[in-house]
Design a protein around this ligand. Structure first.
Ligand SMILES: *[C@@H]1O[C@H](CO)[C@@H](O)[C@H](O)[C@H]1NC(C)=O
Ligand SMILES: *[C@@H]1O[C@H](CO)[C@@H](O)[C@H](O)[C@H]1NC(C)=O
Ligand SMILES: *[C@@H]1O[C@H](CO)[C@@H](O)[C@H](O)[C@H]1NC(C)=O
Ligand SMILES: *[C@@H]1O[C@H](CO)[C@@H](O)[C@H](O)[C@H]1NC(C)=O
Length: 433
């Protein structure tokens, strides 16, 4: 609208000038003014090119004119931190908090690097560098909504919501505070800004199904999903090479092997603390359980999703059952694809490769594995199978740390009726199969 208006006045100006030219001699003052205007326009174009691109101001104007953006209220949250899956969970909590406060979440920063304690080294990366912003809003339409900072009209119309932390800040206190801020009194403020130390890592107030809805709207941006395509096609090529028997595509099993030293120390401690013995699995145990998956007929490819740099030696490829062909990133020749990216993107590619696998085998105590199984279970349900604990349907998953039938791994599916994410992810061996 504004552009059309500006354009027509400019045209009028020209017309005016033309008439004057025709009727009179060029007025010295007018031409001087026009000359100055042209100079100003040139300088402006050079110094502030964004003002003249369609993405900048025009989209902004159009966004403001959309009905859903009229009088929109926002929630602002601090940078989201830690590993890929903790970031996904924290992001979902930020979305669900915004939903509870009837606000749109201002697109947060994620963290590209993985530093747990050195906060100053957490390299921020915009959400839309990893996930597709437009797709998120169209898939989650009517449930949760993301906005851009340029949508905020008054930057100083902010109320700061200080979230507590530590032992005394209980889940009840946290929830009461959110209820308080959902009240109409706070509708006065255009933006509520959450402040506090990683406020979305801890308390969980929402059912699994709400998280699942948010995760479903997280679609990787094109560049990253293309990187995953490259890795998957390398796996498929490897499958063709090892398969001289059958004509159909060799299935690939993605195995999320947590056997690096850090994890082993961590999980042994956890076993002691919780008086359990089925959290840690050695490499040998994983190999035995995978070999006993009854429904898996050779030849198969085993894609080993391991943190190679954290392992000692190259023994991870040895010892697997005949007909099961293990391969890691090095063997596929894809190390360079990963190396080009920071931690978060690498993890996102690996997640996608495991998500698309014909079969997934993971550890039921790992958040990475749990979120994968959640998304795979969702796909399974969408394809019409409501409870397939096993390989009959597409997208089957197993937990190698739990023993199932005939010494195989336990089939694993997410229970979407659970009331909290904790019940199905970290700190749980419930696999509902
Ligand atoms: C939520 O906010 C929108 C506008 O931002 C308003 O029209 C709607 O009534 C609000 N809903 C509730 C339940 O407060
Ligand atoms: C912006 O918000 C502040 C704080 O609420 C208020 O004092 C100020 O008048 C607002 N400015 C405009 C232009 O509305
Ligand atoms: C740990 O579990 C075992 C059986 O699984 C039980 O006999 C033992 O009493 C438990 N120890 C504690 C401290 O709960
Ligand atoms: C799923 O969770 C609900 C609620 O916690 C529970 O009642 C039900 O038994 C669970 N189903 C399975 C198969 O574990």
């Amino acid at each position: 609208m504004i552009w059309v208006f500006k354009f027509s006045t400019f045209k009028d100006l020209l017309k005016l000038k033309y008439m004057r030219l025709y009727k009179f001699h060029v007025n010295y003052l007018v031409s001087k003014c026009l000359f100055m205007l042209v100079i100003v326009l040139i300088i402006k174009t050079i110094l502030l090119p964004n003002l003249f691109t369609l993405d900048g101001s025009k989209n902004y104007e159009m966004a403001l004119l959309k009905p859903e953006n009229v009088r929109k209220k926002f929630l602002e949250v601090p940078q989201i931190v830690w590993g890929l899956n903790n970031q996904k969970i924290a992001f979902a909590r930020a979305c669900l908090t915004a939903r509870m406060l009837n606000r749109s979440l201002l697109m947060p920063s994620l963290s590209a690097s993985l530093f747990y304690k050195e906060i100053d080294k957490l390299e921020p990366i915009s959400f839309d560098k990893v996930f597709d912003y437009e797709k998120f809003n169209s898939l989650c339409d009517g449930f949760v909504h993301l906005s851009q900072y340029s949508n905020v009209r008054n930057q100083s119309d902010v109320f700061e919501l200080q979230k507590g932390s530590g032992r005394r800040w209980t889940i009840e206190k946290d929830f009461d505070q959110l209820k308080e801020f959902s009240k109409e009194d706070y509708d006065l403020y255009e933006t509520i800004r959450v402040v506090g130390k990683n406020p979305f890592l801890w308390h969980d107030h929402w059912p699994v199904s709400d998280y699942a809805k948010v995760f479903e709207c997280l679609v990787l941006v094109g560049e990253i999903s293309q990187e995953a395509n490259k890795v998957v096609s390398k796996i498929r090529e490897f499958g063709n090479e090892v398969n001289s028997v059958t004509s159909y595509q060799t299935p690939y099993v993605a195995i999320h092997m947590r056997i690096e030293k850090d994890w082993m120390i961590h999980c042994k401690k956890r076993e002691q603390r919780s008086n359990l013995s089925d959290i840690c699995s050695s490499k040998e145990e994983i190999i035995t359980r995978v070999a006993n998956i009854a429904a898996l007929r050779p030849p198969t490819v085993l894609y080993l999703a391991v943190a190679n740099e954290l392992l000692e030696g190259n023994s991870v490829l040895n010892g697997w059952k005949e007909g099961m062909h293990p391969v890691d990133k090095k063997g596929l020749g894809v190390v360079d694809i990963y190396k080009q990216h920071p931690y978060l993107i690498q993890a996102a590619i690996d997640y996608e490769v495991c998500l698309r696998a014909d079969v997934f085998v993971g550890n039921s105590y790992s958040t990475f594995s749990s979120l994968l199984v959640l998304e795979r279970s969702q796909k399974m349900i969408k394809s019409g199978i409501s409870n397939a604990c096993g390989i009959e349907g597409r997208w089957p998953s197993y937990a190698y740390n739990l023993e199932g039938e005939s010494s195989g791994p336990r089939p694993w599916m997410t229970n979407f009726s659970d009331s909290s994410l904790q019940a199905i992810s970290y700190g749980s061996n419930s696999v509902s199969c």
